[in-house]
Design a protein around this ligand. Sequence first.
Ligand SMILES: *Cc1c(COP(=O)(O)O)cnc(C)c1O
Length: 383
Amino acid sequence: MDLEDTLLMMPGPVPVAPRVLRAMSKPMINHRGAEFAAMYDDCCEILADVFQTKNDVLIISGSGTAAMEAAVGCTTGKDDVVITLENGKFGERFKKIASRYGKVNPLENEWGRSFDLAEVEKKLEEGAKSITLIHNETSVGIQNPAKEIGKLAKENDALFIMDGVTTIGGDAVKTDDWGIDIAVVGSQKCIAAPPGLSMVSVSERAFEVMDEMEKLPYYLDLKAYKKSGDKSQTPYTPAVPLFFGLQEALHIVKEEGMDARIKRHATCAEAVRAAAVAMGIEMFPQLNDEHSQYSNTVTAMKAPEGVSGNDIKKDMLARGIIIAGGQDHLSGKIFRIGSMGNVQPKDIMLTIQELEVVLKKRGIIPSIGAGTEAASEVLDTLL
Ligand SMILES: *Cc1c(COP(=O)(O)O)cnc(C)c1O
């Protein structure tokens, strides 16, 4: 299958608009010159709206994990305690990063199971310098209660570090209102730019914590990013072509407007869920209270009895649609459909139609149509 004929429906990377690809083929520029500075400022201005913050937003050449490491590495000394909330692969990643820098007090849930806020509060009362949360746990399709956990963090005087990699730019995130000291996002998810850049917002309180640190990482020193950012630059040579792409992708975000973008994401994910229900496919996340919800950007479903999630993924690939399976111990048990970035209703329709064909051929559903109809009813609310 020709690459240009495939439809990427993964939870990142996502398809990028042709105008973004064209923007990346511009000649290189001096990253200490006026042109770069103007591009940097333009990106930061749009990002402030995307993050809903008055804090500094810094841009790192490195994928989302670089931003996660910068957040934890700049605020965690060897005797500092970090509470890491885990209910999937990325929560586990924060735990692993934090353990390289300091002491970890983890709350380890079964993957896909929502957090009990009373348990989170109990952990915080044991005392910690910071707490990490994955807002949207991409590996299991669950949205965790960021606002509530931000409030608990503040009450217990802990820095709130939040990975918004698959929400910021596609879902409602209120960095300042929710008291997020450090929020991180990657370029290749909801923002729909190519992979390779990450963005971090940092509160004044977080910078004060960094001032007191004995040591900071070198390449990921957020104080250095702030110092250069004040001059509309980055401390080291940035990935200039990716900046061109990011700027264009952010213009698309601005033209659509965040409210419309959030609504489109939520509706597309809802359509996937409606189709799944109509086909008798079960959602994977276990939601145990009203504070957690199904993801607005990626849908994780249980593989139906008698078929592996990896087979569904393979069958879909043969039909030109790339979806995701499960990670680690969830491999084969689940399959995931991403609906983030510039995803349109017709992309969801095509995906669901092909999924129905795949499931019918495997004898999972008796006929084609129920999923497509359910999805279209939800998507019609966007027309
Ligand atoms: C994709 C993703 C990341 C970043 O992963 P990279 O491969 O480093 O870009 C981090 N957190 C979440 C929740 C993600 O979905």
